[in-house]
Design a protein around this ligand. Structure first.
Ligand SMILES: Nc1ncnc2c1ncn2[C@@H]1O[C@H](COP(=O)(O)OP(=O)(O)OP(=O)(O)O)[C@@H](O)[C@H]1O
Ligand SMILES: [Mg+2]
Length: 350
């Protein structure tokens, strides 16, 4: 079951929200749409589900066209065979938890015993065992979200669309549910399109991340690839943290390319284009003694203790640099440090 969108565009009045997006979301994998608030993630999901009519383009699910602008075709939501979890819970307030979760199974005419078993399994999975008889209105936001998740889990639909399904859960449950969704998808080989604006969640859950910006896919790839090799400053700063440096000197001599950052020199590949900036992830720096010759000299202006790591910001001749260290070294404001890095940790972004 692949989901294909071709030249998909959607405007609300004069405002374009999606601009000619062409992508194939692969069969049996988790594709994550990641992007800032308002970039068009929910709109894309609603277009695929059949809840929104795109302005132009084509959508196909498993090779079957479900929307096309020309010739005009629009398959309604109930005939697209997709399961959904919405950003707002969309569970039925007049039904119990059990009735809500069993809805897709009852609609499919499955026998009562199987329904009970599947619903109870799904409720256990989302941590709502024993709540089956409760009315949906007696649940907290996070519990309602889990009911919606359980309903998605029991549906036999091979395509699942999830719009920020974990946004109302507390931190621990959120992390546990990420792993559950991942495990379940691996077992059942669903094709999942998962929307989030949380970069850490995206990296954990995705086979492929699609970074959306202003209605377009800015960069796509496996989490590691996007994190390690962002192509743009926007991607570098949206996925994790990045030191973007413009005050560097390039020295090109006899086939060798060298970059000078203050008193630190590193060999580095040539920039892909004029005006490209240097990008270094905070954990790539190594802090050493300040008075060595071939280091970037800095003075610490801020430190943050984060339990499993130490972060500090240093003023250097090329600007403020953020460094993340896993070490027992004590860092204090005012301390001088020397910073070095490996050539292979330098990236160019535009
Ligand atoms: N029915 C609508 N009418 C007019 N504008 C809309 C409508 N739905 C969405 N928009 C606009 O389209 C843009 C994209 O909205 P969308 O809900 O897709 O964003 P999103 O990426 O899901 O954001 P968030 O992370 O906040 O949920 C926003 O600027 C929004 O205001
Ligand atoms: Mg949204």
């Amino acid at each position: 079951m692949t989901i294909q969108v071709e030249n998909l565009a959607k405007s609300f009045g004069p405002v374009p929200v999606l601009s000619a997006v062409t992508e194939t979301f692969e069969d049996g994998s988790i594709s994550v749409l990641l992007g800032a608030s308002g970039c068009g993630k929910t709109t894309m999901l609603r277009c695929i589900a059949g809840l929104e009519r795109p302005t132009t383009g084509r959508i196909a699910i498993n090779g079957r066209t479900v929307f096309s602008h020309r010739p005009p075709l629009f398959v309604p939501v109930e005939r697209r065979n997709v399961a959904m979890v919405f950003q707002s819970y969309a569970i039925w307030p007049h039904m119990t938890v059990f009735q809500n979760v069993s809805l897709p199974l009852r609609a499919a005419g499955i026998d009562r015993r199987t329904i009970e078993q599947k619903v109870n399994e799904a409720l256990a999975l989302v941590g709502l065992s024993g709540m089956a008889r409760r009315s949906a209105t007696q649940l907290s936001g996070g519990q309602q979200q889990r009911v919606a998740l359980a309903r998605c889990i029991v549906s036999s639909s091979p395509v699942i669309l999830m719009d920020e399904p974990l946004s109302n859960l507390d931190a621990n449950l959120r992390i546990a549910m990420r792993a559950e969704i991942r495990g379940l998808q691996r077992r059942l080989a669903h094709t999942v399109l998962f929307v989030t604006h949380d970069q850490e969640e995206a990296m954990f859950i995705a086979d492929t991340i699609y970074l959306l910006h202003e209605g377009k896919v800015l960069q796509k790839g496996p989490p590691k690839e996007i994190y390690e090799s962002p192509k743009t400053r926007y991607a570098a700063e949206f996925l994790g943290r990045a030191n973007i440096i413009s005050k560097f000197e390039r020295i090109t001599a006899a086939g060798a390319n060298t970059i000078r950052l203050g008193t630190l020199t590193v060999s580095a590949p040539s920039p892909p284009e004029e005006g490209a900036l240097l990008c270094v992830r905070p954990e790539k720096w190594r802090a050493t003694a300040p008075d060595l010759t071939d280091v970037l000299q800095g003075q610490i202006v801020e430190t943050r203790y984060a339990g499993d790591r130490i972060e500090f910001t240093a003023d250097t001749p090329v600007g403020r640099i953020v460094v993340i260290e896993i070490s027992r070294e004590e860092r204090r404001v005012g301390d001088r440090v020397g910073l070095t890095l490996d050539a292979c940790d330098i990236r160019w972004v535009v």
